[in-house]
Design a protein around this ligand. Sequence first.
Ligand SMILES: Cc1cc2nc3c(=O)[nH]c(=O)nc-3n(C[C@H](O)[C@H](O)[C@H](O)COP(=O)(O)OP(=O)(O)OC[C@H]3O[C@@H](n4cnc5c(N)ncnc54)[C@H](O)[C@@H]3O)c2cc1C
Length: 505
Amino acid sequence: MSEEVKPIIRAEQIAQLAQDELWDVVVIGGGATGAGIAVDAASRGLKTLLLEAQDFSAGTSSRSTKLIHGGVRYMKNPRDWGLVREALKERRILIQNAPHLVHSKPFILPCYKKWEREYYTVGLGIYSAMTFGGYGIGRTSSLSREETISRLPGVKTEGLMGGVQFYDGQFDDARLNVALVRTAVQHGALALNYFPVTGIERRGGWIQSLTACDKETGREYRIRTKMIFNAAGAWVDPIRRMVDPDASTLVRVSRGSHILLDKSFMPGETGMLIPKTRDGRVLFAIPWHDMLLVGTTDVEQREADFDPKVSEEEIAFMIETAQGYLAKPIQRSDVKAAFAGLRPLFNPQATGSAGSTAKVSREHAVIPEYGNMITVTGGKWTAYRKMAEHAMLVATLRHLIAPRLCVTKTLPILNDTRWDPAALEVEAEKSDAADERVVEYARYCRDYEMARSAEDVLFRRLRLGEMNEARTAALMPKVAAVFASEEAAPEAASDEAQVDEAPAS
Ligand SMILES: Cc1cc2nc3c(=O)[nH]c(=O)nc-3n(C[C@H](O)[C@H](O)[C@H](O)COP(=O)(O)OP(=O)(O)OC[C@H]3O[C@@H](n4cnc5c(N)ncnc54)[C@H](O)[C@@H]3O)c2cc1C
């Protein structure tokens, strides 16, 4: 598909927006949920507009544990098994549709107590068996102590009795998100980042239009639409309050954090599942981009910040927990980077759940409200396609969109092969030898991948921002120069010209 990839000119996109057309569908939020809905809607032939307040995936969708999985933690409760089975099906579908971004990965759960190996072999055996019908990606097997040590180098050997191996999917979340946006655009959607929705106008019980603002020029646009999907993740409530200032609180948020360590702490390619942390959760240590990703925590957070910060307590907790399973001593100074994301969880009052945020179900919600708005939230990255299909079904049943078949089950996700960012970031993380190529790639991201700043390149088109804080800081000024006015001038100039002609606002 690479030869079909065309540059995306923001000025042209804005000119199209300014034509004051009536959209079939406007999607608010360019994370996994919104991008998934945009792909579904556009590939059904609907006139689709996607608006994102920050960069695509800058919300939670670039800050995940990078797993495409059924969720082994849900195996504890048979009532959640339906959810697990559905996610496992989606895992297989995604590996088929985006093999360049999602791959299968072996994991080992190391066992230090006699009963653990049998117990977890049964549990994880059921997990694999749930993929019946051709959705499997690997079998669960029980490992001896020697097999565990050889397949999971770095594991603490003292007291180790064996292990259980199983398979799940791993992916690059931000890159998949951008690929989804590009796929939607390829199917005719219009997608704009740095374009927050600032107001929604409703008359006679029906949303007529919304207002969005180009953050780069400050110009506001009034956009007419037949319906809205509110896919603003942890921020769905502020969007709902643009329609009804008294709207209830649908989601609360919890923070999940990760740390990045050198790969020498666990040098193989197999991930590790720690089945029970001090606070009763699971924790992963996963080789990712030639580093070791450890996470996640679950801490209640009051405010939904666009850039949530990892606390020192969380870092200490992750180091302490991982240390219980890894032989090499981990110091605070070994943490090369840390990042956090916000889980949007249904309000327990709305779901009837109670207790800590860790107990609230991750299942998604599709909530039609205010005549022609559908709020879609919760769920997980793995299920984004199914969530989009569900949301579109609800829209169809409510006669908000024309009935058309969903085609995303077999729809390939755009594969741009001109660059290999995964190889580039691994090299750039280790030394400055690849700096010039990073700068060249930044120009490509500016012209083809809708990057608008050095952060967009270093945190989401490349993943250095999540991998190594020191290297990211060193590269920031060099990459920022690509977006400085002199170099980016041709597009900025044409941006102005188009905006001046715009009739809306
Ligand atoms: C720590 C953590 C780890 C996770 N790990 C995994 C995992 O390994 N596997 C998995 O399957 N799932 C995982 N998840 C879940 C998954 O990441 C989320 O379910 C998913 O990313 C949510 O996507 P979203 O699009 O709904 O939200 P977001 O990605 O947050 O997108 C919402 C977007 O709306 C935008 N927005 C807000 N206000 C406006 C506005 N006014 N106008 C326009 N746009 C607006 C925001 O900027 C944001 O980009 C994890 C979640 C967390 C928190």
